[in-house]
Design a protein around this ligand. Structure first.
Ligand code: ADP
Ligand code: ZN
Length: 299
């Protein structure tokens, strides 16, 4: 039985899976960094971490998992809940977060969502979107993910938002020439604007492109359309953008300018027309956003 005041959090990404035991958002008791190899290896190391934690602190009250997608979130009562769906990640299709957690702690609370839905919730609870109920969270890194919280709840439906795969109008001939790298769609958003897409297109890693490189104009252009599409469809009160690529210093100013310019006054809200600097913002939770996202799923 859960018999402690600790919570387990798992943040599963394409490169690493972080596990933590926490007693609150500011109290991380232990962490483990596991390389994202095969599910067998990852689940084995995860189990060892949580077993050891339970010996010291007691069984956690809940375990939250913020994972890369696509993940089955359709029916919490179903045995398919928490299973990774069709994915280009080798070996991960069919990997089952729920059954692994249940095998460890059969009666503890289990919660799962996409990494980006979870991060949006964490930013609402403890970060840059405190008190808001409608928030969009982008991550632009190895892939592109878009989380949506609507009316205070992470958006689910057939699946969950897969905004990384929306299509984007191209502003120049030269942009049309790049075929994109998404294995499913070629030139979807992720296919043209993720870190690996930038590298494929310009021949250099995104972090090595100087802030005056034309790549950033193109990146801001593409992301401005993505923001506008999300503004016009989900009406967020704030857009948070994280991930490695967003750390480029010229990225936010260029992006904000293009969003305002291209919306052309249509969504006539002072958040956009007067306070765009506070409307499209980086996350506040930094390195811990993913783990705190997993924790936020349990509340
Ligand atoms: P992941 O998506 O694996 O969780 P990140 O969010 O760190 O990891 O994204 C990694 C991508 O971000 C890589 O493609 C890398 O080239 C790019 N990147 C990392 N740091 C920067 C930076 N300072 N400026 C621009 N791009 C960056
Ligand atoms: Zn795609």
């Amino acid at each position: 039985m859960p018999n402690s005041d600790t919570f387990g959090a798992v943040e599963a990404g394409g490169t690493k899976v972080m596990c933590a035991l926490l007693s609150g958002p500011d109290e991380i008791l232990a962490t483990a960094r596991i390389a994202t190899t095969t599910p067998e290896e990852v689940f084995g190391e995860m189990a060892a971490f949580f077993r050891k934690g339970a010996e010291k602190y007691g069984e956690p009250r809940g375990i939250g998992v913020a994972t890369f997608g696509p993940v089955d979130l359709r029916d919490p009562e179903s045995s398919a809940y928490g299973v990774i769906m069709k994915t280009p990640k080798p070996d991960w299709e069919g990997a089952n977060w729920q059954s692994e957690v249940r095998a460890l702690f059969p009666r503890t609370n289990f919660a799962i969502d996409t990494d980006v839905n979870a991060a949006a919730l964490a930013e609402i609870q403890w970060g840059v979107a405190r008190g808001l109920e409608n928030v969009v969270y982008f991550t632009i890194g190895t892939g592109i993910g878009i989380g949506v919280v609507a009316n205070g709840k992470p958006l689910h439906g057939l699946l969950h938002p897969e905004g990384g795969h929306i299509r984007i109008p191209r502003s120049t001939e030269e942009q049309v020439e790049f075929a994109g790298i998404c294995p499913f769609h070629g030139d979807c958003l992720e296919g043209i604007a993720s870190g690996p897409a930038i590298e494929a297109r310009w021949g250099r890693a995104a972090e090595d492109l100087p802030s005056n490189h034309p790549a950033w104009e193109v990146e801001a252009d593409v992301l401005s359309w993505a923001c506008i599409n999300l503004i016009c469809t989900t009406s967020p009160e704030r857009i948070i953008i994280g991930g490695g690529v967003s750390q480029q210093e010229s990225f936010f100013p260029l992006l904000r300018e293009k969003v305002v310019d291209r919306l052309n006054g249509y969504v006539d809200s002072p958040e956009i027309t007067e306070r765009i600097d506070q409307y499209i913002v980086p996350p506040a939770l930094g390195q811990n956003a993913g783990l705190l996202g997993a924790l936020a799923l349990l509340s």
